[in-house]
Write a protein that binds this ligand. Structure first.
Ligand SMILES: [Zn+2]
Ligand SMILES: [Zn+2]
Length: 338
């Protein structure tokens, strides 16, 4: 028997279901931990698409309980973190290697049943082994870390660059840890919450600023010698995007990592982009970065021990969602089958 929280298009409801044997390439996982993501909250608010009725939760890990007859490299008892994004492998984008742009992309925990459950059936192709040194709560962070890693790779930070990260939440913090691995000359953080700014300073930021500081641009221009070479926006609202844009320099690169509301826009002057040779890039999902994210943690290049993770059991999912929505801790994770 499995227990889960199913999204019916409006709200989450507890369900019970009999377990069946996994088929073909399927793996039956006993879920250990599942992160609550901003995307889950957007789905519940009706601001992001899903395919109800569906069990949400796309940042999760677990132990393999049973495998289908065609499964070859995963075994019962293995610790697994799940890459939720499934590409078809056959459309023109997949065939160009751009699997995250797949025309038939489906996501576990969005379009098919995910990790807000005691058990989950996942294709073997989405399973990644995790080292025993990682706690389940940390293993559930591999999906957001893999996405941050893709954004970091797209930023193409060069030796001596001045980098600004806008947003000191979970993603901004992971980005900060990644940028600290690069040869950037200076890394600055822009974040309204003072405790998050202070934490960012302990994580390697050279300075941290309040976005409401009227002298923000001036201060950052001084520390970066005219403006950032690269700005990475990790908030996902228009005000933060505007702030990020205002910190650019000639030849800068702006990475839009945060997920803004699809209906929100802001005006910019194409001439400014042209004359200053400015590049703006989106960063979508995690193509080819899941194993690398695990490897960075296994090799201790990236440490997760210092991230405040608040855990809740499945039955307290409402509190967990409230905790994540109100940002009471950096990350909220459901723990299952303790
Ligand atoms: Zn997510
Ligand atoms: Zn495809």
């Amino acid at each position: 028997m499995m227990n889960a929280m199913q999204f019916d298009g409006k709200s989450l409801n507890p369900i019970e279901r009999d377990l069946r044997d996994p088929e073909g390439h399927e793996v039956l996982l006993r879920v250990q931990a599942c992160g609550i993501c901003g995307t889950d909250i957007k789905i519940l608010k009706g601001e992001s698409e899903a395919s109800p009725p569906v069990i949400l939760g796309h940042e999760f890990c677990g132990i393999v309980e049973k495998t289908g007859t065609q499964v070859t490299f995963v075994q019962a008892g293995d610790s697994i973190s799940v890459d939720p994004n499934i590409a078809c492998g056959q459309c023109r984008f997949c065939r160009k290697g751009k699997v995250h742009l797949c025309e038939n992309l489906t996501a576990i925990g969005v379009n098919i049943d995910g990790g807000f459950a005691t058990h989950c059936y996942v294709p073997e192709s989405q399973c990644y082994s995790i080292p025993p040194s990682l706690s389940p709560e940390q293993a559930a962070l591999m999906e957001p870390l893999s996405c941050a890693l893709y954004g970091f790779q797209k930023a193409e930070i060069h030796s001596g660059d001045a980098v600004v990260i806008v947003g000191g939440g979970m993603i901004g913090l992971l980005m900060l840890k990644l940028v600290r691995l690069s040869p950037a000359r200076v890394v600055l953080l822009v974040e309204p919450d003072i405790s998050r700014r202070n934490f960012g300073m302990t994580q390697g930021a050279d300075a941290a600023f309040d976005p409401h500081d009227p002298r923000l641009q001036e201060k950052i221009r001084t520390l970066t010698r005219g403006g950032a070479d690269c700005v990475i926006e990790c908030v996902g609202n228009i005000q933060a995007v505007k702030t990020a844009y205002s910190l650019l320099n000639r030849g800068s690169h702006l990475i839009l990592f945060g997920v803004t509301h699809p209906g929100h826009s802001f005006a910019l002057y194409p001439y400014e982009l042209f004359k200053n040779d400015i590049r703006i890039s989106g960063s979508f999902l995690n193509p080819g970065t899941f194993q690398a994210a695990i490897d960075l943690v296994q090799s201790k290049k990236i440490t997760l021990d210092d991230i405040a993770i608040h855990t809740f059991p499945l039955g307290e999912i409402e509190h967990a969602i409230e905790n994540q929505t109100e940002q009471k801790s950096l990350k909220t994770v459901l723990t299952l089958n303790p």
